[in-house]
Design a protein around this ligand. Structure first.
Ligand SMILES: Cc1ncc(COP(=O)(O)O)c(C=O)c1O
Length: 342
């Protein structure tokens, strides 16, 4: 049997030899003193790619999101987001805990909100109404199955947010996938959003690292809270070098991940045992339902046959494609499914 084919997440990639070499070669300094030349240059580079003024390197997407929410809200405020949002479901209730905010949950399609839906999430102005301070979008959606926002939807939602005088945050953990699949230039996301958190540790294959992008005005507060929350790092240039390597070398591979995800979904369609909708596979994530037996049984059987996936609901399994799963691996996964479930 060949090596374990790990489709549990796109966070499971291991740094390549080239990436490790880039880390080894990185010039470093103490970033708490703002003296790491590699991270300083990288922060400016990524901010410029998105047409934003400031980039602050942080250890995780969770910290990036929560910093963005914190610096644009007051305790008692409300954040509008989809009910599948990562900031609501998978960040250990950090919003209420760290910032005293609560969420107004809307039900979009595959985690994607429309401007009308967002407009419906605002409250009145009575003493008893929570004050809305942020609209938060996820692009691509994780629990929503890798869907992305069109340019028009983003523009319309940004207009609604501006008309209500609230901030627009994008959780862009997989914004690279969104940009590749939608052909929207990265600078457009910077035009519509007040803050964006982007991750280098998912599709781009870096071992650690995310960044909060914003206007300069928010930078000092983001840096201060990052330190307060334990995210001040020292010779972080080694991580910035890995992330930079990921942008140069792995971003061009995402299209292939998307193609493999689609191919897998089309293949799965043939099995009575599973339900999948290939037209809902837009990037590197495939969600499918188990029609007979339990999710746990299927996952355990797959694992024994060298394939890793994760549960994503009572009947749902998630498979995520990434650059360390190639065509040969996909063929092997197909063979395993054919053998077990035909
Ligand atoms: C959409 C989304 N946002 C944020 C995160 C958080 O990233 P991290 O695991 O680096 O905290 C993830 C992680 O998978 C994610 O999928």
């Amino acid at each position: 049997m060949s090596a374990f084919i790990d489709l549990r997440s796109d966070t499971v990639t291991r740094p390549t030899e080239g990436m490790r070499k880039a880390m080894y070669d990185a010039e470093v300094g103490d970033d708490v003193f703002r003296e790491d030349p590699t991270v300083n240059a990288f922060q400016q580079k990524v901010a410029a790619m998105f047409g934003m003024e400031s980039g602050v390197f942080v250890p995780s997407g969770t910290m990036g999101n929560q910093l963005a929410l914190n610096v644009q809200s007051q305790p008692g405020d409300e954040v509008i987001c989809d009910r599948t949002a990562h900031i609501y479901n998978y960040e250990s209730a950090a919003g209420p805990f760290l910032s005293g905010i609560q969420f107004m949950l809307l039900q979009g399609k595959q985690g994607i909100l429309s401007a009308d839906l967002v407009a419906s999430g605002f409250r009145g102005h009575n003493d008893w109404d929570p004050r809305t301070s942020i609209v938060a979008l996820e692009n691509t959606t994780n629990k929503g199955g890798g869907a992305w926002y069109t340019k028009q939807a983003l523009s319309e939602i940004a207009t609604v947010a501006r008309n209500h005088n609230v901030a627009l945050h994008i959780d862009g953990a997989r914004i690279w996938n969104a940009a590749v699949a939608s052909a929207i230039p990265l600078s457009f996301f910077g035009e519509v959003a007040d803050t964006i958190s982007v991750c280098f540790s998912k599709a781009l294959g870096a071992p650690v690292g995310s960044m909060v992008l914003s206007r300069n005005e928010l930078r000092a507060d983001i840096l201060r809270k990052r330190k307060m929350w334990g995210g001040g790092m020292r010779q972080v240039g080694v991580l910035a070098a890995a992330a930079s390597y990921g942008i140069h070398n792995h971003l061009p591979l995402l299209e292939e991940d998307h193609r493999r995800a689609r191919e897998f979904a089309l293949f799965l369609q043939e099995f009575r045992m599973f339900s999948v909708n290939p037209s809902e596979v837009h990037t590197n994530i495939v969600l499918f339902d188990v029609n007979e037996g339990s999710v746990a049984e299927v996952l355990e059987t797959l694992r024994k046959h060298g394939v890793g996936m994760v549960p994503f609901g009572p009947k749902t399994i998630r498979a995520v494609f990434h650059f360390q799963v190639g065509d040969e691996d996909l063929n092997r996964v197909k063979q395993v499914f054919a053998k077990l479930y035909t």
